[in-house]
Design a protein around this ligand. Sequence first.
Ligand code: ATP
Ligand code: ZN
Length: 297
Amino acid sequence: MSKRLKIAIQKSGRLSKDSLELLRDLGVKLQIQEQNLIAFASNFAIDILRLRDDDIPGLIFDGLVDIGIVGENVLQEHALEKKANGESAEYELLKKLDFGFCRLALALPLSVKYENIKDFENKRIATSYPYILKDFMQKKGISYKTCVLKGSVELAPRANLADGICDLVSSGATLEANSLKEVESIFSSSACLIKKAGKLSNENEFLLNKFLLRIDGIMQARESKYIMLHSPKNKIDKIISLLPGVETPTVLPLAHNDDKVVLHMVSKENLFWETMEKLKDEGASSILVLPIEKMLR
Ligand code: ATP
Ligand code: ZN
């Protein structure tokens, strides 16, 4: 059993920056050499492996790395592929993370009329995700043909390789640029933290648990806001009732003002302009909403 905790992240791509940022927020000090596959942390016994995202699920299933950050889409595709080949794909989903949001969607050329999923019967669909597509279509009872492409899927209809596509979408801009329209979303995805099956060494379990607690703190902090405002003394309860997810606020006196007090509190949700305007209508003033970096309960 390896002494150092091995963590796999995407080397360069859509998940790289957020994955590294998460590690930094966890307090991991890393020296990244762009060309190197492996990076060592100076303050924890961990090694960071920087890989193609497609290689991460397999390494986790085979127990060669301890934990990894990968899109659920890539994870699910590789797990379904393994199972289709009669092999097992064991892993533990530790946490869904708050980045890498996208969906796998079916899309058709703008000129094609679409009513429902039955319109895909006997059609050819280009995709890089044949197993997720197959799983979805089987559940819907639709037979179809595939054209498996590792890239440039969105060009397939125009190149007469396929009638439609099944591809990752986040904003929809790529579809639009290729005169395609999304007609069905078949799989929602975000980045997730996964672990190989089975127990790690005691030291690594300890470290992992520490990181998981810190991740909770980071994710809670990202959603929360620190709010400071001046409230009329007789409106404190009303003001607090307007704020979403607020725990007991701190009430402080305001210098040279007996009618108002200062309230400091943490709100577990973002504060919208509408709420701030309502607070003002109730007599609140000097309303400040600040981001929170870390939180430990
Ligand atoms: P690699 O070189 O590591 O194989 P890649 O080209 O396969 O990279 P990226 O395009 O960097 O992968 O996307 C990585 C992951 O980011 C996707 O698998 C998905 O989970 C997520 N993602 C988020 N938004 C999008 C999007 N609009 N298009 C594609 N992937 C997205
Ligand atoms: Zn990839």
